[in-house]
Design a protein around this ligand. Sequence first.
Ligand code: PLP
Length: 445
Amino acid sequence: MNNLLNRTRAAVWHPCTQMKALEAAPPLAIARGEGAWLIDTDGRRYLDAISSWWVNLFGHCNPRINAAIVDQLGKIEHVMLAGATHAPVVELSERLAALTGLGHAFYGSDGASATEIALKMSAHYWRNSGQPAKNGFISLRNGYHGETVGALSVTDIPLFKDTYAPLLRHTVQVPTPDARLAEPGESAEAFALRCADALEAYLAEHAATTAAFIVEPLLQAAAGMAMYHPVYLSRARALCDQYEVHLIADEIAVGFGRTGTMFACEQAPPLSPAGAGIQTVRPDFICLSKGITGGYLPLSAVLTTDEVYAAFYGDATAKGFLHSHSYTGNPLACRAALAVLDIFETDRVIAANREKSTEFTRILAEVAAHPRVLNFRALGMIWAFEVADATPGFAAHFHWLALAQGVFIRPIGNTVYLMPPYVTSSDAMRGVAQTLLTGLDQREI
Ligand SMILES: Cc1ncc(COP(=O)(O)O)c(C=O)c1O
């Protein structure tokens, strides 16, 4: 194992990592995975309580996803998607369209590439529609949409953004409805509506130069699992309609059941009783990635409306969406995604997770009641809380303490969160709860 750690430090530049820190804190050397568990090269087991950067849904080495990929390997591993097509990408596009109410799936690789695609498509739509001045973007304060240059321009996390500020395009951030920021006595809903007023004030002045508002529905994950009232989405949709600005739903982290519905936007309430029963928020673009392949292979997709698609359709080449990535619509990744959708259907995952979510919240009740725990919150298969009196090195210390007890978690600042694979058992969750309690009792971290 030491050999592997030395070699990784010499040969691999790890993501989002100050490499010098690996001298004191080497990465886990993982040999294999089994359901919700990661197993290192010494045979030690760790519960993957954050689903390997929020991508894993149905466990590591899932037999059904494995089988789909193996089957596809015997057919075609990859073919470029310009000038060719294949059954997995067509079937996946049809099924995603049926699930989202959007269509014309355009594929990328990682989440950030989906953000880039949505931003470019939106601005290009307005250009094709004779309004080239509509090329500005709005996002939420503390939002995160990826770290390529375009995506970073609409991201608002100083640690990731400030260094690259000279490279980035100017964008505007409007107040986040993060419920933790509500005034004392103000409900999450009232606060969300107040924040939507700020969005309206901006749109009222700048709609003529604004292409789109990009938002992480219900949960700003990288901001520290900030949750907000779904009425914000309903208002944002209504305002984007009123001011003719696209709404881009970045469901990269929250899509595929994470918040309790297949897509987070589904939870937006109607703004009047007359709208009950009708899906209130259909974004103009939806960005999907992470869980789409169950955490197996890099794949992202952007789906949009017929209206957007039609604005690109014509005889002029430059009017088309001339954007590409070599691995666009990779057949192996699409087969993994199809296997994931099959599991959702056959195992009735959304309904099963509803019970699991309630059960896990019950298991975490003692954690929620711990005197150091602030803002304990749960949404679907996500749990988070802040830790009072955390030391400056809290995140690293808590991570190591949990690891020693067989739980893989990575707090964001003083926010501890769990985003486990959906196959996590109640017993495993009881173990996580014990680990969290042990960590919270260590006053010195
Ligand atoms: C909401 C959201 N958008 C975009 C991204 C970027 O995805 P990727 O890391 O795959 O580029 C992330 C990643 O965490 C995310 O949470």
